[in-house]
Ligand binder design. Structure first.
Ligand code: SF4
Ligand code: SF4
Ligand code: SF4
Length: 261
């Protein structure tokens, strides 16, 4: 649906983690009024309705994604079933009922448990500030194929993680963030795509005491993700007393209990 400039500008100021949901509501408002374009009138009407029924709108969790599945060429991994799997998994947890018991006062969007998925380390959906951040990863592998020393891999790596020595590529493992771009530009097959999967980060948050998420080392398989999320939610629901954020628990107790076995 088309948006007027003013309505578009207003919606761009809504915090990114609920913007998609708010936008959908405003469009429903406009469609319900038989309009073809969203205007400020629809934004205001939707805002009023939303504020009056905010608790109804809270579902207890949010799952966000980057635009990778729409065809972004930077995707390090393509696994489109993950969002649907996580939606099913979280909807069964009834986190809204859980939060209702824990939070003193009406439930708000910022109480919800947030999972953010980005399909590459560019991290457009900001997984670093979600309760659980999932980041697509593709580790490069060095094969026995001859290297023609074209330097394309070195030029492509923004992390300065690659260098050539005696006609062979080498990778600094501590600098590589698994974007997989070097493997894509190598013309000889000396560098290829190795292990693919997801990096995981936990305990990110904004608010009064912002915190960047802590990385759980390694590249994890798509099958690992639901098990790990269950473990995080078990931990969260066990330790959450008054609707605290997951990041506060991680800050206090560390991540040891959450390691993937
Ligand atoms: S995080 Fe990566 S794959 Fe996703 S939209 Fe951004 S650049 Fe594309
Ligand atoms: S995967 Fe990305 S970060 Fe790692 S060496 Fe290749 S280009 Fe650099
Ligand atoms: S892109 Fe491939 S062929 Fe070119 S320097 Fe790197 S490893 Fe060698």
């Amino acid at each position: 649906m088309q948006w007027s400039d003013e309505a578009s500008k207003t919606i761009s100021k809504v915090p990114f983690f609920i913007r998609k949901r708010v936008k959908r509501k405003v469009e429903e408002e406009a469609a319900g009024a038989g309009a073809r374009q969203v205007t400020m009138e629809h934004v205001r009407a939707s805002q009023k309705r939303f504020l009056n029924r905010m608790e109804d709108e809270v579902k207890g969790y949010q799952i966000e994604t980057c635009f990778g599945p729409s065809g972004c060429p930077n995707r390090a991994v393509e696994y489109d079933g993950l969002i649907e799997d996580l939606e099913n998994q979280l909807s069964k947890r009834n986190l809204k009922a859980f939060l209702k018991k824990k939070v003193n006062g009406p439930l708000k969007m910022h109480h919800e448990f947030r999972i953010s998925i980005s399909d590459c380390p560019n991290a457009c959906s900001r997984p670093q500030i979600a309760d659980i951040g999932i980041i697509g990863a593709c580790a490069p592998a060095i094969t026995d194929m001859g290297c023609d020393e074209c330097g394309a891999c070195v030029d492509t790596c923004k992390e300065e993680a690659l260098f050539l020595n005696a006609g062979r590529p080498f990778i600094h493992p501590e600098k590589c963030i698994y974007c997989g771009q070097c493997a894509r530009v190598c013309p000889t097959g000396t560098l290829t795509e190795g292990q693919k999967g997801f990096r995981i980060q936990v305990g990110g948050k904004l608010g009064r005491h912002p915190r960047l998420a802590t990385e759980i080392p390694g590249i994890h398989t798509p099958q690992d993700i639901p098990k790990f999320i269950d473990r995080c939610l078990d931990y969260y629901q066990t330790h959450c007393q008054k609707g605290e954020r997951f990041g506060e628990m991680i800050e206090k107790n560390g991540v040891e209990e959450l390691w993937i076995a």
